[in-house]
Design a protein around this ligand. Structure first.
Ligand code: ATP
Ligand code: MG
Length: 396
C-alpha cells in the first residue's frame, strides 16, 4: 500500500536546540556585526530574548572561522562550581591551542610540561597531574606571540551558571568568575583570548544579583539578535519550503504573518511543522488560512512549548517580583495592553514603586512585552494566548 509519506517532502526545519548546517538560515547581518567586533578586538554579548536564535548564530560563527581565529563553542549549562567553570575554559583553550599554526614549539613544550598525553575534540588525557586551572591559563597565554592566532571562546548560558551559583549559596564563586573574566578581557597579556557570550536569561539581571552592579560587564560589546523583518520573513519562508510539498500563495503568506506577528524562526518553525503534518494527512498541499488557524490552535493546546517561559520567571525572580510580573502579564493578556498608569497603580498595590520599571524593562528585554508609546503589549500572540489560557479568570 502506498503511504502518505511517500514522495512527501517536509519543510527544511528543525525544532529544539540550535539550528545548524542545512537547517540554519543564515543571519548574515548579525554574523557580520559579530565579526566586525571580533576583528576590532572586542568581547561580545549576544543579547536577545529567549528563542530568537542566539545559539544557532554562535554555532554558525564557530563553524565558519576566519583565518587567524580558532573558534570553539561550548554550552556550559550544568556547571555548578567555580572550579568546573575554569576547568572547562582551560580545556577549551587547550583544544584551540592544539590547532594553532603559530607558536607550535612553545605549545608543544607547554603540553609536555602539563603532562598532556592526548587531545581530541571530545577528550583530554593528563598524566595524573592535578592542575590549578586559573594559574595555568594565566601562565600559558602571556607566553604566546601577541601577534599570533586568536582564540575565540563562544560560551553559551553563562548567566545561567552564575545564577545557579548565586542560588546555591556560592555567590562568592560567581563573583570570582566575573572577576577572572574581567581580568582576562582587560589585560593586554590576554588579548589573544576573546569571548562571545550568550544566555537565555538577561546577564545584566544576573550580574546585578551576584555583585550588585553591572559595571563589571560594561566593557563587553552588546550585539542584538533581532526578530526577522517583513522581507526577511518572506525570504525565510521561501527558503524553508523551497523543496517542500506544502505551498503558500500571497494571501496565505500574509495571513501567516498576521497570525504570528513576531517573526522569529522558532515560531515560524512550530507553525510550519504543524501545517506540514496536517497537510500530509489530508494530502492537500496548498496552505489556506484555516490551516494556519488550526496550526496555531494546535500549538496552543500543547502548553509544553510555553510553560518554560513562566517557569523561568519563577526561577529567576524573587517571589514578590514574580508575583508582580505575573499579575502584569495576566492583566496584559486579558486587556490587550497595559498602560504606564496601570503599571504604577499595580506597583503601589504591590509595594514596588521603587524598582517596578526595572522588572517591566526585563520583560521587554527578555521577549515577553514590547513598548508601544506609553503602552505595553505581548510581543507574541503565542505568549499572550498562553497567559490567557492559563489564567482564564481575571478580576480588574
Ligand atoms: N537561523 C535559524 N535558522 C533556522 N532555524 C532557526 C534559526 N534560529 C533559530 N531557529 C529555530 O529556533 C529554535 C531555537 O534556536 P536557538 O536555540 O538558536 O535560540 P536561542 O536564542 O539560543 O534560544 P534560548 O533562548 O532558548 O537559548 C531552533 O531550534 C530553530 O527551530
Ligand atoms: Mg540558546
Amino acid at each position: 500500500m502506498m503511504s502518505k509519506e511517500d514522495g512527501w517532502i517536509s519543510p527544511k526545519i528543525i525544532i529544539g536546540s540550535g539550528a545548524t548546517g542545512d537547517y540554519y538560515y543564515e543571519r548574515e547581518l548579525i554574523e557580520d556585526e559579530i565579526w566586525r567586533e571580533i576583528l576590532k578586538g572586542n568581547n561580545i554579548l549576544i543579547s536577545a530574548p529567549r528563542r530568537v536564535g542566539k545559539t544557532s548564530v554562535m554555532k554558525s560563527i564557530t563553524n565558519n572561522p576566519k583565518k587567524g581565529y580558532k573558534m570553539i563553542f561550548e554550552n556550559i549549562q550544568g556547571i555548578n562550581t567555580e572550579i568546573m567553570f575554569y576547568k572547562t575554559l582551560y580545556e577549551l583553550i587547550l583544544k584551540c591551542l592544539s590547532k594553532f599554526a603559530t607558536n607550535k614549539e612553545k605549545i608543544k613544550n607547554y603540553f609536555k610540561q602539563i603532562g598532556l598525553t592526548e587531545i581530541s575534540a571530545t577528550s583530554l588525557k593528563f598524566e595524573g597531574k592535578t592542575l590549578d586551572y586559573v594559574y595555568e591559563i594565566n601562565k600559558i597565554l602571556p607566553q604566546l606571540d601577541q601577534e599570533g592566532e586568536v582564540i575565540v571562546l563562544l560560551i553559551d548560558e553563562l548567566p545561567e551558571v552564575l545564577h545557579t551559583l548565586h542560588k546555591s549559596g556560592k555567590n562568592e564563586e560567581a563573583i570570582s568568575i566575573l572577576k577572572n573574566l574581567r581580568h582576562w578581557r582587560q589585560e593586554e597579556d590576554y588579548k589573544m583570548l576573546k569571548f562571545v557570550i550568550a544566555g537565555s536569561i538577561g546577564i545584566h539581571h544576573v550580574v546585578n544579583q551576584v555583585d550588585g552592579r553591572t559595571s563589571d560587564i560594561n566593557d563587553i560589546k552588546s550585539i542584538d539578535c533581532p526578530a526577522l523583518d517583513n522581507e526577511q520573513f518572506d525570504d525565510y519562508l521561501n527558503w524553508a519550503v523551497k523543496d517542500a510539498s506544502i505551498v503558500f500563495d500571497k494571501t496565505s503568506t500574509m495571513y501567516f504573518k498576521d497570525k504570528i506577528q513576531y517573526f522569529v524562526p522558532y515560531y515560524i518553525n512550530l507553525m510550519l511543522d504543524e501545517m506540514d503534518k496536517s497537510a500530509m494527512i489530508s494530502q492537500e498541499k496548498n496552505i489556506m488560512s484555516n490551516d494556519i488557524d488550526n496550526a496555531f490552535n494546535k500549538i496552543m493546546k500543547d502548553n509544553s512549548y510555553f510553560t518554560d517561559w513562566k517557569k523561568r520567571l519563577k526561577d529567576y525572580l524573587k517571589p514578590e517580583d514574580f508575583s508582580f510580573v505575573n499579575q502584569v502579564l495576566i492583566k496584559t493578556s486579558h486587556e490587550d495592553d497595559i498602560t504606564a498608569q496601570d503599571l504604577y497603580d499595580m506597583a503601589v498595590k504591590a509595594n514596588k514603586t521603587e524598582d517596578y520599571m526595572d522588572l517591566v524593562y526585563d520583560l521587554v528585554h527578555d521577549g515577553y512585552l514590547y513598548n508601544d508609546n506609553d503602552k505595553y503589549r505581548f510581543i507574541s500572540p503565542f505568549l499572550k494566548q498562553y497567559w490567557l489560557r492559563t489564567n482564564p479568570i481575571y478580576k480588574a
